[in-house]
Design a protein around this ligand. Structure first.
Ligand SMILES: Nc1ncnc2c1ncn2[C@@H]1O[C@H](COP(=O)(O)OP(=O)(O)OP(=O)(O)O)[C@@H](O)[C@H]1O
Ligand SMILES: [Mg+2]
Length: 254
C-alpha cells in the first residue's frame, strides 16, 4: 500500500459569511496525481493554498506527509515548502526580476545553495520547459505561454516531491498545452512526485490524472478515475461536462 501524502478531513473554511469549504475530505497517495475540477469560485485555488500552508482551515485536518499543517512552526513549514512546488493560477512572476531570477527565487529564499549551483539548476530547468536562453528577459517582454513555463520552471526548481498546479493549461494554445501536459507527466514519472492539478481541459486530465475530484458546494462530489469520470451518468457531472464529454474523452484514445 502506498503511503498517503496529502490528506484533508472534514475541512471547513469561510471568508466572512462566505462558507467556501464545507467538510471537504480527500486523500492523495504517494506518486499519484489528483485532478480537481469544479465550477469557478468553488474553492479549488483555496484548497491548494491550504495544502501549501498559505491558508489555515477553520476546522478539520490538513496533513502533508503525516504532518498537521496547522501545527507547524515557521521553520518546519519552510523546510516542508522546499519540497513542494506550486504553479500559481496567475503565474505570479515578480515583474522587476528577470526570468532566471524568478526561477532562482525558491533556491535563494529557502536554501543556502552557492550561486554557481543555482545558475546551473536554473539553466537546466529553463531547458526542461523548453525556453532555453531566456534568463535575462523580463516578464513584461515574454508571452503568456512563456510566463506559464517560467512559473512551471520555478515550481520545479527545488526538485519537489509534491507539486500543485493551478490551471497549468489556462491561456495556452493546444500545442503548448500538449507540451505542458507531457512535461507534467514526465515530471511525475521521472521524479515520482505526488501532484494535484486544478484543470478543466479533458486532454490534460486524460494525460496526467489518476483520479478526478469534482468539488462543489465545498465538498467532493466524487473522486474517481478519469475513465469513469468522463463516462459518468451522474446528472450533475453530465450537466457540467456537457453531453459529448465521453465522446471527446474517448476520441483522445484513438
Ligand atoms: N483571500 C481571500 N479572501 C476572501 N475571499 C476569498 C479569498 N480567497 C478566495 N476567496 C473566495 O473563496 C471562493 C473560492 O475562491 P477560489 O479562488 O478558490 O475559486 P476557484 O474554484 O479557484 O475559482 P476559479 O475556477 O475561478 O479559479 C470565492 O468566493 C472567493 O471569492
Ligand atoms: Mg482558481
Amino acid at each position: 500500500m502506498e503511503e498517503t501524502i496529502i490528506k484533508l478531513r472534514d475541512v471547513h473554511k469561510s471568508f466572512g459569511s462566505n462558507h467556501v469549504l464545507r467538510g471537504l475530505s480527500f486523500e492523495v497517495k504517494q506518486g499519484k496525481t489528483l485532478a480537481i475540477m469544479g465550477p469557478s469560485g468553488t474553492g479549488k485555488s483555496v484548497v491548494l493554498r491550504h495544502i501549501i500552508g498559505l491558508m489555515r482551515a477553520d476546522s478539520g485536518l490538513v496533513e502533508v506527509e503525516g504532518r498537521d499543517m496547522t501545527r507547524l512552526t515557521g521553520k518546519e513549514l519552510s523546510s516542508l515548502r522546499k519540497r513542494m512546488g506550486f504553479l500559481f493560477q496567475e503565474g505570479a512572476l515578480i515583474n522587476w526580476l528577470s526570468v532566471g531570477d524568478n526561477v532562482a527565487l525558491p533556491l535563494r529564499e529557502n536554501t543556502d545553495m552557492k550561486e554557481a549551483e543555482i545558475k546551473r539548476r536554473v539553466t537546466e530547468k529553463l531547458e526542461l520547459v523548453r525556453i532555453p536562453g531566456t534568463w535575462d528577459r523580463m516578464p513584461s517582454q515574454i508571452s503568456g505561454g512563456m510566463k506559464k513555463r517560467v512559473g512551471l520552471a520555478r515550481a520545479l526548481i527545488t526538485d519537489p516531491d509534491i507539486v500543485l498546479y493551478d490551471e497549468p493549461n489556462a491561456g495556452l494554445d493546444p500545442e503548448i498545452s500538449r507540451s505542458i501536459n507531457d512535461l507534467i507527466r514526465d515530471v511525475q514519472q521521472k521524479m515520482r512526485v505526488t501532484s494535484i492539478v486544478v484543470e478543466h481541459r479533458i486532454p490534460c486530465i486524460r494525460t496526467v490524472a489518476d483520479e478526478v475530484l469534482f468539488l462543489e458546494g465545498g465538498q467532493a462530489l466524487v473522486q474517481i478515475p478519469p475513465s469513469e469520470f468522463f463516462n459518468s451518468d451522474i446528472p450533475r457531472l453530465v450537466q457540467f461536462l456537457g453531453p459529448d464529454a465521453s465522446a471527446r474523452a474517448s476520441a483522445l484514445d484513438q
